[in-house]
Ligand binder design. Structure first.
Ligand code: PLP
Length: 372
């Protein structure tokens, strides 16, 4: 982080003139006031971030282009969409960039929510739906399979209701990390009534064992009624730069664009994403590091005599005695992980791969705290 403590204090002073009660911290009590990182000694294993990023290529691009940030970045947006389309085998008109993939998912929920109900698996990341829900979105949760996987049979039955306009599912899923078998998801997508659009959130797909055979992108290419979203926040380690995208048919892409915020993309994020997109060496290293950290976590889970769900992402969903008590006990040691996802899953705690030294601290503490 290249913002000096004095810089922050200057910001704080300016802010306090306008709004005296507001503290300039991003994660109150846990954030080092000199930057965006947690305070020294805190292992932040809570938000599925990737400590390897941003890649050096992206840092260089941001530094080189910082002086040009007084321009609106429309042309860079077009360039990145074209680069993404070229690699993924679709014209740029199929690619919709967003302020993180969250923005395009929110846009989808706003657009399709006007047509009808949105189905969501009960145990799934759903933050991009919060704003549409506040706007009155009709959505329905669908129960999980007994193994905590997404229950495609139950979703298919629920989608038969005539009011259903969209299904939003994450593959791999968050917080479970589990991947749906590609053949099952393909058959499911083909079985849906034409009025139902399938939104597959592939935020973690590039970290999976075999992304090429697991992705639903070929369905988009074949003209199916499906939207796939991806992000620069995970593989590329750029969560704070807020760049993500959807890949969809031109008609669905145009609908998403109509529901996006106006001019929501930022110049440093676009510069970084354009540089990182072709940085194959970094992407390979990032996958390797995440996989290594996941193995350390899996070994710790086995040593602690418990289980984790089979994850293909940069986190594990670990079975403990009581997830809220476990997260509190870990926090006592300066290690931040997720407590219970909801009352239906009190025994499962999610831990992200994070920095290797932080992962090692978690691994060392787990056997003692698993029964907390
Ligand atoms: N989708 C899933 C499944 C996620 O877990 C997350 C963030 O953790 C996102 C989307 C949001 O990503 P972005 O940073 O691109 O908005």
């Amino acid at each position: 982080m290249d913002i000096s403590r004095r810089g922050w204090l200057g910001l704080a002073a300016a802010a306090s003139a306008a709004a005296p009660a507001r503290a300039i911290t991003i994660r109150p009590m846990l954030t080092d006031p000199s930057g965006f990182a947690p305070a020294p000694g805190i292992a932040h294993l809570k938000y599925n971030e990737n400590p390897l990023g941003p890649p050096a290529s992206a840092l260089q691009a941001m530094a080189d282009l910082a002086r040009q940030a007084w321009y609106y970045a429309d042309d860079a947006e077009g360039l990145l969409a074209a680069m993404i389309g070229k690699r993924l085998g679709v014209p740029a008109a199929h690619v919709v960039l967003g302020h993180g993939s969250s923005e395009v998912i929110t846009s989808a929920a706003l657009a399709w929510g006007r047509r009808g109900t949105i189905l969501v698996p009960a145990l799934q990341f759903d933050e991009p739906l919060l704003y549409p829900i506040a706007q009155g979105l009709n959505y329905r949760r669908v129960a999980m399979a007994p193994d905590l996987g997404i229950d495609l049979g139950a979703l298919g039955r629920a989608a038969a209701a005539p009011d259903v306009a969209m299904i939003y599912l994450c593959n791999p899923n968050n917080p479970t990390g589990m991947m749906l078998p590609a053949a099952d998801l393909l058959a499911f997508a083909r079985s849906l009534p034409p009025r139902v659009t399938l939104l597959v959130d592939e935020a973690y797909m590039e970290l999976a064992d075999d992304p090429a055979t697991s992705t639903m992108l070929p369905l988009v290419q074949s003209g199916a009624n499906i939207i796939v979203t991806r992000t620069f926040s995970k593989l590329f380690g750029m969560a704070g730069l807020r760049i993500g995208y959807a890949v969809a048919s031109p008609a669905n892409a145009a609908e998403l664009k109509r529901h996006r915020l106006t001019i929501s993309l930022n110049a440093p994020g676009l510069a970084a994403a354009i540089a990182a997109w072709d940085d194959a060496a970094f992407q390979q290293q990032s996958r390797a590091q995440i996989s290594a950290a996941r193995h350390v976590l899996q070994a710790a889970v086995a040593r602690a005599g418990t289980i984790a769900l089979p994850s293909q992402a940069n986190f594990l969903f670990v079975k403990v005695a009581n997830a809220d008590r476990f997260a509190a006990a870990m926090a006592q040691r300066g290690i931040l992980v997720r407590g219970a996802w909801g009352p239906a899953w009190p025994e499962w705690s999610r831990v992200s791969t994070g920095r290797m030294d932080d992962v090692a601290r978690y691994a060392a503490a787990l056997p003692e705290l698993v029964q907390a």
